[in-house]
Write a protein that binds this ligand. Sequence first.
Ligand code: ATP
Length: 303
Amino acid sequence: MSASDSVTVRVPAKVNVQLAVGGPRPDGFHDLANVFLAVGLYDEVTVTPADELRITVSGPDAHQVPTDRTNLAARAALALAERHGREARVHLHIAKDIPVAGGMAGGSADGAAALVGCDALWGTGASREELLEICAELGSDVPFSLIGGAALGRGRGELLTPLEVGGAFHWVFAVADGGLSTPAVYRECDRLRGDAPVPDPEPSPALLEALRTGDAAALAAAVDNDLQAAAVSLRPSLAETLRAGTEAGALASLVSGSGPTCAFLVKDGQDAEAVAAALLASGSCRAARVATGPAEGARLVAG
Ligand code: ATP
């Protein structure tokens, strides 16, 4: 088979620099003000013609990723095939570098990547709007994986407004052993709040301005994650990880999305290496990864 018989799509992870969570809606979702930033940790999805739909996964966390039709990459291929009246006869290979169940939207990323890859391989010619519509059906975080950069997500996070970003932000990500279930973290958030009134989630003007101007110190002062208390409640050791990053000089330390990955905003690349080394030395995480954001959304890299 020649190289032109397959396409490869690279897709970034995300960190939520603000995640404001409203009360539970009747449909079980929560209204959000969700400020996404795509960061340069990537999965790659390679799509190759095959007799039937097949998924393989490589990478250190590959064993935690389903290879049946519950995989978001498989669901994306099936959704596009169904809309265009064809069979999803492809082999999807996921080279996984985004932590699994880590609050960095790894599964969503693979869904967006498979969609872009199948569209290119099949010559479907789906419009951006159609791809975004399928993404929103697949999951709240999937549309953002397609567009990348930075965006404000309203509704359950899928109604996106792209945001201007004035510079590169430097991050360190502390990867934990084992994941946290996103629905369980939302349930814990509701439980901790009890009967207290929950304000409507709104984006922070100071945070949006810090992104626009590329000001890391101002962004650090504004980052906020309403799911952090719940993630720490379910995984108390995260408090130690967050403390280790702060003591090592991070400008801001926060849980990424529903966790358990912790995100540390730092001044520059040199500080990133120093904070990563200190986090590893503290023994409070399995791995420490350095990345900058914003990063481009799902893009063809070969084929
Ligand atoms: P989010 O930040 O969007 O809440 P997450 O980063 O916490 O997501 P994922 O890595 O997307 O979590 O994985 C959540 C669960 O989704 C996994 O435990 C796994 O069972 C399932 N899953 C389905 N498809 C994939 C995929 N392609 N990669 C990883 N997990 C997947």
